[in-house]
Ligand binder design. Structure first.
Ligand SMILES: [Zn+2]
Length: 424
């Protein structure tokens, strides 16, 4: 039964390569969010010709959306002749900036041996192409399947997903009544199932002082010294407390299998002088110091506890350190997400990996987040994983590539997954 499907998928090797190359040659750089309309129209033409009903959805009013840089998304749905579950493949169409260090044309999509090179090959147009090939082969082999297949191409994953999956989720596209299984073909490896990701809380902490002449600092109050006290307290109390916590989340790399806190930036006192200024700085006691923190947290932790732990340290300083005052401003919040290993999409893809690759799939979780957060929280759809071809470490790097064999193997796993879910 599945031999016929595998033969079909293998026969589409050249089509898979050409499709991937076409997608890479539409430079969907984000920011600012270029060519979203073009890539949606390309996918629309391809999938409409295969019998999909398509909707192009612009995320009007989402962060970054403008007439110059509209946030276009596509959702394509192919209904089977019999009732059943809907399997949705969601890929983001945006790619990050090119950066330095390339030896290949970043938008040339050069095929060299088994590899296609270009920005977005691995993250994640290769995964998008693999899911399209898998779905098309399945539809040819089983025209009387039960249920529905959806393929979406969405904007802005690299900048938070608010003009993409979050916008669609708010409009019911990921309602569990409409979609039952979601696979996000991010480049996590063809024999690994990504169950979810850690949460994140970003905030700005400001310590306050009083400006005075730098020769008489006792007449003012140095906001930077107060920030030093905050960092000392983090070192003494927060970092050891975080290091002592453990998680059931199978995060890779393993160093991320705990809570982490990064200090993104600190700015205090005078603005940095412009490049063309050759004078000296003025002597002032800084009256403000601002720090941006990036706290990543685990499914075992709760957002209000994570935030409360930092606020407690600041309140302690306020009570005990003379003249200490602060403000805290939340910048971003992402809930951790982890799909249960017993969820149908997990057990099905696990079995499909065994069928196709003869391997026991490894379960992993991502240290950073991806669009699963919106499907989980806004869409309230829990039956969601990331599964797709590619080497995660190549994402966002120069000379990014995707392996054609890996894409084909993943497409076979996806095809086998469709057989297991939609032939009932
Ligand atoms: Zn990605």
């Amino acid at each position: 039964m599945s031999d016929a499907l595998f033969t079909r998928i293998n026969a589409k090797r050249d089509d898979l390569i050409a499709l991937t190359q076409d997608l890479i040659r539409i430079p969907t750089l984000n920011p600012p969010g270029e060519n979203y309309r073009e890539i949606c129209e390309y996918l629309d033409a391809r999938l409409s010709a295969k019998g999909f009903e398509t909707q192009l959805v612009r995320a009007h009013g989402a962060p970054g959306d403008s007439d110059r840089y509209p946030r276009w998304n596509i959702v394509a749905r192919r209904e089977g002749p019999r009732a059943g579950d809907c399997v949705h493949f969601n890929s983001h169409t945006d790619v990050v900036e090119v950066g330095a260090g390339w030896t290949r044309d970043p938008f040339g999509a050069e095929l060299d041996g088994d590899r296609i090179y270009g920005r977005g090959t691995c993250d994640m147009k290769g995964g998008l192409a693999a899911s399209i090939i898998a779905a098309e082969a399945f539809l040819e082999e089983y025209p009387d399947f039960a249920g529905a297949i959806e393929i979406s191409g969405t904007a802005d994953e690299e900048s938070g997903g608010y003009g993409g999956v979050a916008y669609l989720a708010e409009r019911g596209f990921f309602d569990p009544a409409r979609v039952q299984h979601v696979i996000i073909p991010e480049p996590l490896g063809k024999d690994r199932i990504c169950l979810g990701h850690r949460g994140a809380w970003w905030a700005e902490i400001e310590t306050k002082g009083e400006i005075a002449h730098g020769s008489m600092p006792f007449l003012g109050d140095c906001a930077i010294r107060h920030m030093g006290a905050v960092i000392d307290a983090f070192e003494d109390r927060l970092y050891p407390a975080m290091a002592a916590r453990h998680t059931e989340m199978p995060v890779v790399p393993v160093e991320a299998r705990q809570s982490t806190l990064n200090i993104n930036s600190i700015h205090g006192g005078e603005e940095e002088a412009p490049e063309d200024y050759s004078g000296l700085p003025a002597p002032c006691v800084p009256d403000s110091c601002r720090m941006i923190i990036d706290r990543r947290y685990l499914v075992e932790e709760r957002y209000d506890e994570v935030r409360g732990e930092v606020v407690a340290i600041l309140e302690d300083l306020k009570a005990n350190r003379p003249r200490f005052d602060y403000a805290i401003r939340d910048i971003n919040r992402i809930n951790p997400s982890m799909t249960d290993k017993g969820a149908p999409v997990v057990t099905t893809v696990h079995a499909a990996i065994r069928d196709v690759l003869g391997a026991e799939a490894a379960y992993i979780a991502s240290p950073g987040s991806y669009d699963q957060k919106h499907i989980d929280r806004i869409g309230t759809l829990k039956n969601c994983i990331a599964y797709g071809p590619g080497v995660l470490e190549l994402a966002h790097k120069p000379d990014e590539w995707i392996g054609v064999t890996d894409m084909l193997d993943s497409a076979r796993v996806m095809g086998r997954t469709l057989e297991r879910l939609l032939l009932g």
